[in-house]
Design a protein around this ligand. Structure first.
Ligand code: G1P
Length: 274
C-alpha cells in the first residue's frame, strides 16, 4: 500500500532538556551536525512519504528555517524532498491532540506519524519496513523494554504474535509496573486510519491530563485492530539526555575521525582509573 503523508508532532515543550529547549526546539538538538528532525524526515522520505506535515508551535520556527534551507540544498538528502507544510498546535494538549491538528491536511487516507524523539538507525527505514507489512490495522512500532521502564510508554496487551507482528487485544498508556500486561512498548512510529480523527475529536484527556493517541488506538481495536511491528534496527530514546548522548556516541563511532576522539577519551579515562 502506498502511504504518502506523514505527521511530525514537534510541538512538545522539551522540559527534560531545559534550559536549552527554552530557546531551541528539542527536535533541533544535534546528532553531531544534523538535528534529530533531519533523521526522522530522512526515514520518512526513504519510506516513500511525499507530504511532510509538521505540527508545530510558538518557538519552533527554526524547524521551518531548517527545511527551507534543505529544500534548496536537497543534496543533503538521498532523495527528492517532497512538500513540507506546517500547522500550529496552539496548546500543548498531548500527542493525540497534535495528530488531530493535522486532520484537514490528511483528509481521508491512511497516514504515518513519526516522532523525532525516537531516533532509529535502520539499514533502510523503520517506517518503510512498517509500510511493507501494513495490513489495514492501525500499526505501531514496538520493542521489548525493561519491565522497570513500562511506565514511560504505551504498552501492548498481546493477543498473539506472528513473525514480526504483535497482535494487541488492548493497550495502556504509561501503566504502572504492577499493572503492565507486557513489556512491548510503543515506539514513535504509527500507521493510522483516518477514522482516528473522529475518535480523537471526542476523546477525553487521559494520563497526565493530555489527549493520548494510545487511548484512541484502544477505542479503535474493535473497528480495525491494533498491530505492533517489531522493527529491525537500533532505537535511541532521544527524549532523554542519556538516550541523546548514546545516539551521538553511536553515530560518532561510525565516523573514522570522530571515533578517534571517543577512543582518546576512553583511553584517558582508563589511564585516569589506574
Ligand atoms: C509517547 C506515547 C507513548 C509512546 C512514546 C514513545 O509518549 O504517548 O505511548 O510509547 O511516545 O516514545 P511520550 O514519550 O510523548 O510521553
Amino acid at each position: 500500500m502506498k502511504i504518502s503523508k506523514a505527521v511530525f508532532p514537534v510541538g512538545g515543550l522539551g522540559t527534560r532538556f531545559f534550559p536549552i529547549t527554552r530557546a531551541i526546539p528539542k527536535e533541533m538538538l544535534g546528532i553531531i551536525n544534523k538535528p534529530l528532525v533531519h533523521y526522522a524526515f530522512e526515514e520518512a522520505l526513504t519510506a516513500g512519504i511525499e507530504e511532510f506535515i509538521f505540527v508545530t508551535r510558538h518557538g519552533k520556527d527554526s524547524i521551518e528555517d531548517y527545511f527551507d534551507y534543505m529544500s534548496i540544498h536537497s543534496e543533503y538528502f538521498n532523495l527528492k524532498m517532497g512538500s513540507v507544510c506546517y500547522v500550529r498546535q496552539n496548546e500543548p494538549l498531548g500527542l493525540g491532540h497534535a495528530v488531530l491538528c493535522a486532520k484537514n491536511l490528511i483528509g481521508n487516507e491512511t497516514f504515518a506519524v513519526v516522532s523525532a524523539d525516537d531516533f532509529i538507525l535502520h539499514r533502510e527505514s523503520c517506517l518503510g519496513e512498517m509500510i511493507k507489512h501494513y495490513d489495514g490495522s492501525n500499526m505501531v512500532a514496538t520493542m521489548g523494554v525493561d519491565y522497570r521502564d513500562v511506565d514511560k510508554y504505551g504498552i501492548l496487551d498481546v493477543d498473539y504474535e506472528t513473525g514480526k507482528l504483535v497482535i494487541a487485544k488492548s493497550v495502556d498508556e504509561k501503566p504502572s509496573i504492577a499493572s503492565a500486561k507486557s513489556t512491548y512498548a510503543i515506539v514513535g512510529r504509527y500507521l493510522l486510519s483516518p477514522k482516528i480523527f473522529d475518535v480523537l475529536a471526542d476523546l477525553p484527556p487521559g494520563v497526565g491530563g493530555e489527549v493520548q493517541l494510545t487511548d484512541a488506538l484502544l477505542q479503535m481495536i474493535p473497528l480495525c485492530g491494533l498491530v505492533g511491528f517489531r522493527f529491525d534496527g537500533k532505537r535511541f530514546d532521544c527524549g532523554s539526555k542519556s538516550g541523546l548522548l548514546a545516539a551521538i556516541l553511536h553515530v560518532a563511532s561510525q565516523n573514522s575521525e570522530l571515533r578517534n576522539v571517543i577512543e582518546d577519551f576512553c583511553g584517558s579515562r582508563v589511564e585516569g582509573f589506574r
